[in-house]
Design a protein. Structure first.
Length: 370
């Protein structure tokens, strides 16, 4: 696949870390939320995968913009947009929560942080969520404020992240429970840090509200990181697929509903809460889903998925579409994530897919892979 240069402009936002990561050797970007997201440094994708699983990396993920919703009706509005019951949500916790519209279609799948009883951050990756929320609030005359908070995130990921963060911030950081957050002081400012991140290798996300103090923390990590084999990095496609961390816009999108995506535990139809698309989801559950997200294993050593790829059975019936895939060194074959049509939900179902003009054979499997 041919690569092209990105022309920076005022409409394409850099991040507070851009000048630093360019000095650190970034070689490729993609665009999320009109911002630069690093996708490659000097290591190959596979080298970066092994490093992430064995050591520690710091990622610039400022593209995860925070839509703040506060005010008297903030909890009511947040709940209206998600099928997950947040009625017992606690301050200091993060919640993965599918956002859906009136037809139960996915708008986004953010992590929601409850900062106070009447203050929330919706941590997004690639969605026009803010306009969606404002439209609902205006139409329903809700007493809320909705805006993009001035917050930039960097992520510390990998098994050595605990020891690195402990050395910089002290032992209290290691007491943070998964999907919990707290405030930790550095350079005269208290930083919101969550035990979270877009990998399954353990780590933290630093929500930088004070740029000067946040950059000082970023620099300090690299200053002492050599003993932990710290490197600059970015979300890794191989590790993401292996860990079944879904990407909105790639694996799932506005054409899917939460039940088709395997989000059953986040769909609380029996709760007393009210949310958009609830009756539609009840109907889907009663009738059964017509497509389903599944894993695939393909007998191939390389693949590049830049759009959905059709999958066919041995009789040339279309059985679904491959949405993400990569060669995985642990499985020694290509693995991926596909949306599969009914009635082909059976694990071990064989299919064929065209890769670079060659027909390759694969099998469906259940998710997650590990």
């Amino acid at each position: 696949m041919k690569n092209y240069f990105i022309s920076k402009s005022k409409r394409l936002r850099g991040t507070p870390f851009t000048s630093r990561i360019e000095k650190q050797g970034v070689t490729a970007y993609t665009i999320y939320n009109h911002m630069l997201l690093p996708t490659r440094f000097s290591d190959t994708l596979e080298q970066a995968y092994h490093h992430l699983k064995e050591h520690v990396q710091v990622w610039d993920v400022s593209v995860q913009r925070q839509t703040e919703i506060n005010g008297k009706d903030s909890s009511k509005l947040v709940q209206l947009m998600t099928c997950r019951d947040l009625s017992k949500a606690k301050v200091g916790r993060c919640y993965y929560a599918p956002i859906i519209d009136h037809k139960a279609k996915l708008i986004s799948d953010p992590v929601i942080l409850k900062l106070a009883e009447d203050r929330w951050w919706i941590s997004l990756s690639d969605s026009d969520f803010e306009l969606f929320a404002k439209g609902l609030a205006i139409g329903l005359n809700y007493d809320v404020n909705i805006f993009e908070a001035k917050v930039d995130i960097f992520s510390v990921q990998g098994p050595k992240s605990f020891n690195l963060m402990k050395k910089v911030l002290g032992p209290k950081i290691t007491e943070l429970k998964f999907f919990g957050f707290d405030y930790f002081e550095f350079a005269g400012f208290k930083h919101l840090i969550a035990r979270s991140g877009w990998s399954k290798q353990s780590g933290f996300e630093v929500y930088m509200e004070n740029e000067q103090a946040g950059l000082a923390l970023y620099d300090k990590l690299f200053e002492i990181g050599e003993e932990f084999n710290l490197k600059p990095g970015c979300p890794n496609l191989i590790e993401r697929i292996e860990s079944t961390l879904l990407s909105y816009g790639n694996d799932i999108d506005i054409g899917d509903n939460p039940l088709e995506c395997g989000f059953d535990k986040y769909v609380n139809l029996d709760s007393n809460i009210e949310f958009l698309g609830k009756e539609e989801l009840k109907k889907v559950k009663a009738e059964g889903i017509q497509k389903k997200l599944m894993g695939v294993k393909i007998n191939a050593k390389e693949i590049a998925v830049t759009g959905s790829m059709n999958m066919y059975d041995t009789s040339n019936n279309l059985i679904g579409e491959l949405r993400s895939a990569s060669f995985n060194p642990m499985f020694n074959q290509v693995i991926g994530i596909a949306m599969v049509n009914k009635p082909y939900f059976k694990a071990s179902q064989e299919f064929k897919v065209d890769i670079n003009g060659k027909s390759c054979i694969g099998k469906l499997c259940d998710l997650p892979f590990i």
